[in-house]
Design a binder for this molecule. Sequence first.
Ligand code: ZN
Ligand code: ZN
Length: 811
Amino acid sequence: MYADIILPLALPKRTYTYSVPESVAALIQPGVRVEVQFGRSKRYSGLVERVHHQAPDYEVKPILSVLDEVTVVTPQQFRLWDWMADYYCCTLGEVMSAALPGHLKLTSETRLVFNDQYGDNFSDLDDEEYLIAEGLHIQQEIVVEDARKILNKKTVFPVIQRLLNKGVLFIREELQEKFKPRKVTALRLAEPYRSQPEQLRQVMSDLSGKERQLEILMAYLTLEKRQPIVLKQEVLQKADVTKASLNTVIKKGILEKYAREVSRLGGYEDELVEADTLSAQQERAVQELKAQDKKVTLLHGVTGSGKTRVYVEMMREVIRNGGQVLYLLPEIGLTTQIIHRLQKVFGNEISVYHSRINTQERVEVWKSAAAGKSVILAARSGLFLPFKQLDLVIVDEEHDPSFKQYDPAPRYHARDTAIFLASLYGAKTLLGTATPSLENWHNVETGKFGLVEMPERFGGLQLPEVQTIDLREQLKHRQMQSIFSKPLLDQLQIALDNGEQAILFQNRRGYAPMLECEVCGWNAMCRHCDVSLTYHKHTHRLRCHYCGYVQEPAKVCPACGSGKITFKGFGTEKIEDELKLFLPNAKIGRMDLDTAGTKSNLSALLNDFEEKRLDILVGTQMVTKGLDFDNVGLVGVLGADALTKFPDFRSGERAFHLLTQVAGRAGRKNKRGLVLIQAFDPGHPVIKEVLAHDFPSFMQREMQERMTFKYPPFYRLIHLELRHKEPKIVNEAASFYAKTLRAKLGDRVLGPVIPNIARIRNYFGQNIMLKLEKSAPVISGAKSLIRQTTEIMLGKPGWSQVQVAVDVDPV
Ligand SMILES: [Zn+2]
Ligand SMILES: [Zn+2]
């Protein structure tokens, strides 16, 4: 017997054949993992795709062990992987690598970490498990290779797998946050009051006259009737007293504190609330969605129209029928805000899956998806879960470019992949956004997708008033104060005086993007990339945003010796800094990659703004993504030109999306919000369309341009990037590559050209672009030509180290 195995590597062949020894034959079936050797000595957990009796004409290695008793990958997952490998022009191994979570991938080098939560009671373990557990308990972290030494045997994957299943260890992945169970402080009655009601009555009458203490006790008793656990925070809130009064009650020995661990998943213990009543517009949208006969529907609702409430209604229907919902959001959108909103309605029906949860949590969600958990809220990796009965896929903020994975392969678009995933289960897909992508608007116009619109804001609120500020005029009349125009500073002051909050948007982090000599024009460049270094004031360092290289800023020009070197341009850090000078009393927060690097920092920042401990939030595009605040009177965009002038065919679309989304954060419950856009070219068509909230004109103009210049949605693009450390080698390889493609595809092939940034991390690049008409034979022909050409090119002497990145449908 033989088995075809997928290995988690970028290998040329789809699968590799191994023989099945008698001893494991009974356990082998498609979808289980096996331990195999690949190359001279390395071992991997591979996945059985097919079992058969056709002996290949070469000598095969045997399967060493079987790791699973039941399949870990479903037939639908196999089909999804195949589709992705084919569509995105990569290998099945690369898809497998991206799709399987860490705990299902073992290699000889995998690092194993002891799970402190397990404790030191090893009585449930067999001898081999015990030896490894003990070794790990002492050393905390070992590699699989060490386990082989401990047991003095070659095949250890099965033992490690059992220990993983039992929760004794987990797999160390890069950037993994250490697993800490969330702890909350809960309160309960101290003895003897807990068990003796008459004593409790006594102490209550003793407290008469001590109003606040009595208040606390009453609040506790009311909460206790309703819920199994009473949190300290809830008592404080309900009684509306200070911590000091509570501490007195605790000191008196009436109530006592205890710490309680809550699982991060399904740990929702607050009360469930009934979702708000649907507005007339929401009600209509729900009816239209239910009546849709198209498989995919675009829900186009302006910012603040209340799309989430519509999703809730659609999700409920699926849950009632026993199905599952996958709710995809851009990573950054997965903040506590949306999670909490949905948990309030669905409680423990919801699991959350994204790159910032740890291994343990990931294992839990993986299992719960397979068991049929109703709702999974996820970033793009949620596509890879083993669903049982998927009935609905929601892609929220479908226009967001971060749904596209760039590096490493598979370079897939989660929204487009989601549509295919849904089709495998016969599920419906709902794409929601205030600013549809051109691709999907085209799909609506050609009748491929259905459309439901929500043109009004919830509660009859008006869309914000958008105004432009001409920076040329401001400079001419000497009205600029640093980077702020007079109207912007004035309006900020007015907002603060009215007790409103403001958001300032600039799509660049750091203090200044350039350090330049005024005498000779020298500027500080990265040592490894052809980009200028960004100055970060907080750390007083110049940093490369491409490779992370850091250096101290020079005090004199290294080229001419002049001391006149200055920072040019500005990022979010400078805005925050300068704002403090003009508005000394404002409390200012900053949200960008530098401040919101971890999950907890990000939620702390958002909580502070939501609970009005901050007056102004300065941020990059992070602030545009699906956040809802109810007290933002003003939104300011500092330099809109950087968006509209960016040299890329998507810059118009991107600028329209970003400006509309950030403008959409403005608006209070009962008051229209104001948006001020500073620009040197306020007459740019995109800015005018944002000003007028004129989506139809924007679409019409942009579609026309795309058609004229042969871009999506009318043509399909495949982008190729070749890289090598030697510019000469990559130049030659790229010309050969383009010539080979051009021989068959003619003028559909553009390039090679040197990319905007010629060198990144010391690798020189060359780009080739394919513009293909939307014809299935042309596209599949081009893809197989790319595969062949890559193989031929890599086979040429001296070119084997050239890296090729194939990006289908680049964004
Ligand atoms: Zn100089
Ligand atoms: Zn660099």
